[in-house]
Design a protein around this ligand. Structure first.
Ligand SMILES: *[C@@H]1O[C@H](CO)[C@@H](O)[C@H](O)[C@H]1NC(C)=O
Ligand SMILES: *[C@@H]1O[C@H](CO)[C@@H](O)[C@H](O)[C@H]1NC(C)=O
Length: 217
């Protein structure tokens, strides 16, 4: 009997554990109180009687973002930090704009799968699996591509005109780790000899990369 129960537990954990994204909700709404001193896994709910349409509304994706920066791209997030009503709902959006030649450089989202819909232009996109297989494609206006949860991926605008996508995530706060910035622009710095040994580079080359990626003061 105990063995059957254990088997059931394993099956349950496999089916639900592997398909889970953000935890399921326990009430209709839980508008984030972003200023609350109490921290939980997510945000505490403000009084439901005080919820308004504004808590579920955002205009920030209507216009293209400014792409005149180091990478020639800008990610505008529409997550729980911008839309408090998303708290506990397990979804969010972003808009990403790319200048001609711009790139959204290799990065991961620890908490979400991403699906993008191309609004304008064309992009070379790809992700790398944990088996180190590179999966890539060129996608254009009206097309959709998926980046599985946690895998390193990028979008590169090799065209001569701007591009943009709407991205959806199965998390209220997908989180992003940009590989280059994580390693070469962390605060405090990742020690040079971690980077020289990892990338088989000299200290001079490592410091050159660090200086190019350092946050602008
Ligand atoms: C709800 O709104 C009322 C009126 O604006 C305010 O007095 C009260 O502090 C709010 N309650 C919470 C829990 O935010
Ligand atoms: C980017 O362009 C905007 C609007 O044209 C301008 O205000 C801003 O200073 C520019 N930023 C950089 C880093 O050049």
């Amino acid at each position: 009997m105990a063995a059957v129960f254990a088997l059931f537990l394993v099956a349950f954990a496999t089916v639900f554990g592997s398909s889970a994204a953000d935890p399921d909700m326990l009430q209709d709404i839980c508008v984030a109180d972003l200023t609350a001193a109490v921290k939980v896994n997510g945000f505490v709910c403000k009084n439901a009687a005080n919820a308004t349409a504004e808590d579920f509304f955002f205009t920030g994706l209507a216009k293209p973002g400014l792409t005149n920066n180091t990478f020639g791209s800008l990610v505008t997030l529409a997550n729980v930090e911008k839309i408090p009503g998303l708290n506990t709902l397990g979804v969010s959006l972003a808009r990403i704009d790319y200048a001609p030649g711009g790139i959204n450089p290799p990065h991961t989202h620890p908490r979400a799968t991403e699906i993008v819909y191309v609004l304008e232009g064309a992009l070379d996109v790809g992700f790398i699996t944990t088996a180190n297989k590179f999966i890539s494609k060129t996608i254009k206006q009206g097309e959709v591509f998926v980046f599985p949860k946690g895998l390193v991926h990028f979008q590169n605008n090799n065209g001569k005109s701007p591009a943009s996508v709407i991205a959806a995530f199965n998390s209220q706060l997908q989180g992003t780790q940009n590989i280059a910035l994580t390693l070469f622009a962390a605060t405090p710095e990742v020690p040079d000899n971690v980077l020289t040994k990892t990338f088989k580079l000299g200290t001079k080359e490592v410091n050159k990369i660090k200086s190019k990626l350092a946050p602008k003061a």
